[in-house]
Write a protein that binds this ligand. Structure first.
Ligand SMILES: [Zn+2]
Length: 299
């Protein structure tokens, strides 16, 4: 059976920022302040190089994810804005981290320096001088400053790229004003044997999958996996992904897998929705019809 002719269309976020600018200022600045303080506190309390290294490595990606959640709640559909806001919040967090760290160090050296944090934070020039003094005092000198520059770069890279990358994979229903919910692996088929069929899949022609044998969920053999992101409100708007998963076994039975995106975030349309429904039903019945594990012949 042939579906009505249509041209598969790739989904793209609208680029609207929603309430993100307001939320980025209202929550981003306190988040940078808290994140910076927390990090400085950990660095100060755990005066151990290796522990500090791991905290500085793992902290920024987690912070970046936090920024993504914040912007996602504010309905930011602009990856560019997410990148920009993330970079600025990351830079601010790094700045506050140094102000707090220098403040902690100063408190340790002399008592009664309360309010020293704001003294460091309000003057970037003094802050840089403080960092430089700390580098020479610790004996690390240029190496210390180099490492701290890398640390700052890593922080800003993570807080900018993590929200950007994650947001790019999200789908938003503009008419309902909600994010679509993704369900991975709603249908599975065998891998196409010929290039023509594979070519169709790469352009997002989902109906080509009807020519292939459907497989049960998460089959242990190479397969094409169909995933879907659907608006939880109208159940009408959404996208589908087609992915190829190759599973190989060597002579010793060791399994190796590789995955490839064939077509990502293709828009659901009146032409594709029934095809998707058929594929889901086929995969479900493939589960029911799955043959039992081979047993020894009874006679
Ligand atoms: Zn909707």
């Amino acid at each position: 059976m042939d579906a009505a002719p249509y041209i598969p269309e790739q989904y793209k976020l609208s680029g609207r920022v929603g309430r993100a600018p307001l939320v980025a200022v209202l929550f981003g600045v306190p988040a940078a302040l808290c994140g910076g303080w927390l990090y400085a506190l950990v660095c100060y309390a755990v005066d151990h190089g290796r522990a500090q290294f791991w905290v500085s490595l793992a902290g920024p990606p987690i912070f970046g994810l936090g920024i993504y959640f914040l912007l996602s709640k504010a309905r930011c559909r602009s990856p560019f804005f997410a990148f920009l806001a993330g970079a600025l919040i990351g830079a601010a967090a790094n700045y506050f981290h140094w102000a707090a760290y220098l403040y902690f160090k100063q408190v340790a050296m002399s008592t009664g320096a309360l309010g020293g944090f704001f003294q460091w934070a309000r003057d970037p020039h003094e802050l840089l001088k403080g960092i430089s003094t700390l580098a020479s005092a610790s004996g690390a000198g240029g190496i210390g400053e180099g490492a701290w520059t890398c640390e700052a770069a890593w922080t800003i890279l993570c807080t900018a790229f993590v929200p950007w990358v994650v947001l790019k994979t999200e789908v938003y229903c503009e008419s309902c004003g909600v994010w679509c919910k993704e369900t991975k692996g709603i249908a599975f088929t065998e891998v196409p044997g010929d290039d023509a069929l594979m070519g169709k899949l790469r352009t997002g022609r989902i109906e080509a999958l009807l020519e292939l044998k459907s497989l049960p969920k998460e089959p242990p053999v190479s397969h094409v996996r169909v995933s879907q992101a659907l608006c939880p409100s109208c159940q009408n708007f959404g996208t589908y992904d087609l992915e190829l998963k190759k599973i190989k076994k060597d002579e010793k039975g060791r399994e190796s897998t590789s995955a490839e995106d064939l077509a990502m975030e293709m828009l659901l349309s009146p032409a594709t929705a029934p095809v998707l429904g058929q594929l889901i039903a086929r995969t479900q019945s493939a589960v029911a019809e799955a043959p039992p594990a081979p047993t020894a012949p009874s006679s």
